[in-house]
Ligand binder design. Structure first.
Ligand code: CA
Length: 218
C-alpha cells in the first residue's frame, strides 16, 4: 500500500518513513505543500499523512484544494500541541483524523489502519481469502490456522492481493504498491516475492495470468 508523507521536519519525516516501511507501507516523502500537490497529481495513494505547518503552501491549503477537486483520499493531519485552531480548521476542511506531535509510531500506524479499514468498508482488521487469514493490525498471517512468517515486502504483496481477490494485478501495479520513489526495485523483485509467497502459502495460491499479471482467486 502506497502512502504520501508530507513533513518538513527532517528528523520526524525520516523516523515516520522508516516506521511505516517496517509496517509494509511504500512511502513517498515530500517536504513542502507544492511538492505534495505535484505528487498527488502524479500518483494514486491509499492515504495522505499531512503536516499542516509547511513551506511553499500550507497543509490546510493543500487539503482544501484536494477536497475542492473532489478527491476523497483518507487524510490524517499532524499538528503541534498548541495548534488547536489549526486542527479544527483541518477537520473542517475534510481531514479524516489528526495526531498531535510528538506522536507514537504505533499509534500512527493504528490510526492509519483504522482510516484504511473505513475506506474499504471493513469493520475489523482481518482479511480472509480461502485458507489464508491476514491480520492487518498484528501483521500475523495464517494458513489453515497455522502461523506463517512473512517478510515486510511479502506481507505488503499479500495484502495487495487480498485487498482485491479475483482481480488480476499486473507487475507494474504491484510494484507501485510495494515501492516508494526512494526504494530501489530489482527487475525481478516482484517475481521473487511471489515465489516466496507460493512456497509459504501453496504453489497455486497465486496464479499466473499469462501476459497480464497475477491473481489470487476469491
Ligand atoms: Ca511543519
Amino acid at each position: 500500500m502506497r502512502v504520501l508523507l508530507v513533513e518538513d521536519d527532517l528528523m520526524v519525516g525520516a523516523a515516520v518513513r522508516k516506521g511505516l516501511r517496517q509496517d509494509g507501507f511504500a512511502v513517498d516523502w515530500v517536504q513542502d505543500g507544492k511538492a505534495a500537490e505535484l505528487a498527488l497529481q502524479q500518483e494514486d495513494y491509499a492515504l495522505l499523512l499531512l503536516d499542516l505547518g509547511l513551506p511553499q503552501k500550507s497543509g490546510l491549503a493543500v487539503l482544501q484544494s484536494l477536497r475542492a477537486q473532489g478527491n476523497k483520499i483518507p487524510v490524517l493531519i499532524t499538528t503541534a500541541r498548541d495548534a488547536v485552531a489549526d486542527r479544527v480548521a483541518g477537520l473542517d476542511a475534510g481531514a479524516d483524523d489528526y495526531l498531535i506531535k510528538p506522536f507514537d509510531l504505533e499509534e500512527l500506524s493504528a490510526r492509519m489502519r483504522a482510516l484504511l479499514r473505513r475506506q474499504s468498508g471493513r469493520a475489523d482488521s482481518l482479511i480472509e481469502v480461502g485458507d489464508v487469514v491476514l491480520n492487518q493490525a498484528t501483521h500475523e498471517v495464517s494458513l489453515q490456522g497455522q502461523p506463517v512468517n512473512l517478510s515486510a515486502r511479502e506481507f505488503a504483496l499479500l495484502r495487495a492481493f487480498l485487498d482485491r481477490p479475483g482481480v488480476v494485478l499486473s507487475r507494474a501495479q504491484l510494484e507501485e504498491k510495494l515501492y516508494g520513489w526512494d526504494d530501489s526495485i530489482d527487475s525481478n523483485a516482484v517475481e521473487v516475492h511471489i515465489h516466496a509467497l507460493r512456497k509459504k502459502l501453496g504453489s497455486d495460491f497465486i496464479k499466473n495470468v499469462r501476459g497480464i499479471g497475477y491473481l489470487v482467486s476469491k
